[in-house]
Ligand binder design. Structure first.
Ligand code: AMP
Length: 139
């Protein structure tokens, strides 16, 4: 079954469009976590950021950057979170690659990222870094 973003791209479901070119669509997120919360979506279907070809991913990120800049200048956001969720475990609910652009105005809004540190004393961080480095795909 097609996901909801495929259907939006085809024009079968309405959306509030900010930007469109041959490869990329940017729309307001229906939930408006903060005012201006935007989704940047490749028109071709890729399940997530990790499975998207580099060239397409770069186009999506370029649009995300420009929307973030516009939201700071136009909406006077004090900051912006640019994020993408990969797989359910990371909170992805629509399995079509998209980047969230979330303007931030003050601390009291309905969106927050908290990164709690954990005890790393039992972890071999240099080894971990080396293992991840070796597992990276060559460009
Ligand atoms: P994620 O949880 O990262 O997969 O994000 C999916 C996002 O899509 C959520 O923030 C939803 O609010 C948003 N969303 C779902 N349906 C629509 C829709 N029809 N139009 C705009 N945004 C949508």
């Amino acid at each position: 079954m097609e996901d909801i973003f495929c259907r939006i791209i085809k024009g079968e479901i309405p959306s509030t469009k900010i930007y469109e070119d041959d490869d990329v669509l940017a729309i307001l997120d229906i939930s408006q976590t903060t005012k201006g919360h935007t989704l940047v979506i490749p028109k071709l279907h890729y399940d997530n950021f990790l499975s998207c070809p580099q060239e397409v991913m770069h186009k999506v990120m370029d649009v995300a950057q420009r929307i973030g800049q516009a939201e700071i200048s136009l909406l006077h956001a004090r900051g912006v979170n640019i994020l993408t969720n990969v797989n359910e475990a990371a909170g992805q609910s629509v399995m079509h690659f998209h980047v969230h652009v979330i303007p931030r105005y003050n601390g009291g809004e309905g969106f927050q990222i908290t990164m709690k540190g954990q005890d790393t004393s039992g972890m071999d961080l240099p080894r971990l870094a080396m293992d991840i480095s070796k597992a990276m795909k060559k460009e």
